[in-house]
Design a protein around this ligand. Structure first.
Ligand code: ATP
Ligand code: MG
Length: 579
């Protein structure tokens, strides 16, 4: 574990949303009380995100600033988005789509994607976002699993990736193409929206009605389709407030794409339901663009991921120096373990630490978090949010056994929070297996310390057993990136006759460093000093980049399969890589 000094945020303690009193008294009704709801105990995510703010006289409040790749900028108010999503809902109705139908989103971070997501929910359809960069096969598989009835995409994506097999998916009734023209058999969104009314009352839904299907990142295998319900919005509002410090008007930037659950839960629903002013950047990561955006848009709350933070670190803290980022008051990270080094780096460069939080597609929202005002122990994921009960358990023949502080075991949660998935599509047995003895089992290994902080150790699949030691890759990777030359590290175990497994590390280098035997020795030397000879990698191999999912997660299973010459398995979410 990391022994960096605890970061004590004295200056923000008083302004934290999540106070000791709230923690002590919290019930799920408190979360539901943050919603307006609809008559008869009904609700609709889109109503909570948009229409209710207009009804409360906030129609002119800024909802979204959109930055196009080409430098275009669009500002949309809550009134604008409410009207546009109404038009979208009317377009769906005009084409005969209704309750339970499933619309897939397959396009970049354009305004129409956001309109489609909420317009779909308004019209009681289920929305499923996909990464636009997926190839034809991953798209087809997911649309088949999801039984897609409608799709919104661009003409270019349609022609390149969909047209060839479209008619082999008979459930697909409507293909909407953004812009003013559409290929044959598709409907152009522009004219359809122009002809539609901008009035559409969000359909009152039961809190248990399906709203979203999110596919998991595919880090450990074939992605699973997790089903989420309208009632989840209570959890999105509450965690937006307590874990991400959202308030009405907060200038907020979530860098995640809606193709990944983070980009929907915290890139669409939570911010809008909390009436923040959110930024959407169509472009991909670019160092100067990002620093420039933080400055120009005076971002206050910024939610990003370790892969992006490591890219910023790679460029050095001097790259940040020209920019005034003093507007930032809260920084958070999710998706992968956040190396202690990155937390400390954030504190130095931004004057605020990154607040790591843990959750997953299945949980629908943030579960364990470092919240504003908490002492931060760099390398820890923080503590369970109000309403969440987390435990560390061990599976045995007699059922589950809860482990005590300091012991490493499987991270488990007591089910029952509003945004928990309700099913894995077509995988009932797999879903049922996640629940044992009243716990939801995550397959992630973790440890709880004496102060109640949780520490991520690794995914159960990635754990390395060497000479009687159990090693989580995160610990080794964190030590490796402390080396001045190392930008990123991925650590795996390889079979070994004497040790059981030996630790092998793959690293990519910071600018100005070249692979060499001396450098390899120096990196291994530092790891040995930090971790001891038993845990330190026996080999360090250099790679230009590490294989990652589209949501930026290092795919250790792929490093391992390649090292062993085994089949690569499902690589539908792999970003192009050079390893
Ligand atoms: P798949 O389930 O398809 O293999 P995935 O688990 O990567 O993919 P996601 O739901 O996007 O899909 O990711 C959730 C997982 O990411 C968590 O179970 C955990 O392993 C990891 N993770 C997320 N946030 C953190 C964090 N703050 N610290 C450590 N690990 C994290
Ligand atoms: Mg997973």
């Amino acid at each position: 574990m990391a022994f960096d000094p605890i970061i004590k945020p004295e200056d923000v303690r008083a302004s934290a949303s999540l106070t000791k009193e709230i923690r002590a008294k919290f019930t799920w009704d408190d979360a539901r009380a943050m919603l307006d709801g609809l008559p008869g105990g009904k609700l609709n995510i889109a109503h909570e995100a948009l229409d209710r703010h207009v009804a409360a006289g906030q129609g002119d409040a800024p909802a979204m600033t959109w930055l196009g790749k080409d430098g275009t900028r669009r500002d949309l108010s809550y009134g604008d988005l409410t009207g546009q999503t109404a038009r979208f809902a009317n377009v769906l109705r005009a084409h005969g789509l209704a309750v339970g139908d499933r619309l897939f989103g397959l396009m970049g971070r354009e305004v129409d994607l956001y309109v489609a997501a909420l317009g779909t929910l308004k019209a009681e359809l289920t929305f499923s976002p996909l990464f636009s960069a997926f190839g034809p096969d991953p798209i087809r598989t997911r649309m088949e699993i999801g039984g897609a009835n409608a799709l919104i995409t661009t003409a270019s994506i349609y022609t390149r990736k969909i047209a060839a097999w479209r008619h082999e998916l008979p459930s697909l009734k409507l293909v909407l193409i953004v812009g003013d023209a559409a290929p044959e058999g598709c409907v152009a969104l522009g004219p359809a929206m122009a002809a539609a009314s901008d009035m559409f009352a969000p359909v009152p839904m039961d809190p248990e009605d399906a709203a979203l299907i999110h596919f998991t990142s595919g880090t450990t295998g074939r992605p699973k389709g997790a089903v989420h319900v309208h009632g989840a919005v209570a959890y999105h509002v509450m965690t937006g407030r307590y874990a991400l410090e959202m308030r009405a008007g907060t200038r907020y930037w979530c860098t995640a794409d809606p193709g990944w659950v983070t980009g929907t839960s915290y890139g669409i629903i939570a911010p809008l339901a909390n009436r923040v002013h959110m930024l959407v950047d169509e472009a991909e990561f670019d160092l100067d663009r990002w620093y420039g955006t933080l400055q120009a848009e005076r971002i206050e709350v910024w939610y990003t991921a370790p892969t992006a933070i490591r890219m910023m670190m790679r460029a050095g803290e001097y790259a940040a120096a020209p920019y005034d980022v003093s507007s930032l008051r809260f920084l958070a990270s999710v998706g992968e373990p956040l190396n202690p080094e990155a937390v400390v780096w954030g504190n130095r460069v931004f004057g605020r630490p990154f607040h790591d939080n843990w959750w997953r597609t299945e949980t629908g929202g943030i579960v364990i978090a470092n919240t504003q005002g908490m002492d931060i122990k760099p390398g820890s994921m923080g503590k369970p949010l109000p309403g969440q009960v987390a435990g560390i358990v061990e599976r045995g023949d007699a059922g589950l056994r809860e482990l005590g502080q300091g012991q490493v075991g499987e991270l488990a949660l007591r089910p029952g929070w509003p945004s928990m998935m309700r099913a894995y599509l077509h995988e009932e047995a797999r879903y049922a297996k996640c629940f044992v003895d009243g716990w939801y089992l995550t397959g992630d290994l973790a440890m709880r310390d004496a102060d109640g902080y949780f520490w991520f150790v690794g995914r159960a699949d990635d754990l390395i057993k060497t000479s009687g030691h159990l090693i989580g890759p995160f610990e080794v990777e964190s030590a490796l990136i402390e080396h001045e030359a190392v930008a990123e590290a991925g650590v795996i175990g390889l079979p070994d006759e004497t040790a059981g497994e030996v630790v092998r590390a793959y690293v990519s280098l910071n600018p100005g460093f070249e692979p060499s035997d001396d450098l390899e020795k120096s990196i291994r030397g530092l790891a040995r000093k930090r971790l001891g000879a038993a845990v330190a990698p026996r080999e360090v191999l250099f790679r230009k980049t590490l294989p990652k999912t589209r949501s930026g997660k290092i795919m250790r299973r792929l490093l391992k399969a390649r090292a062993l010459g085994l089949p690569e398995g499902d690589i539908s979410t792999l970003e192009s890589d050079e390893s």
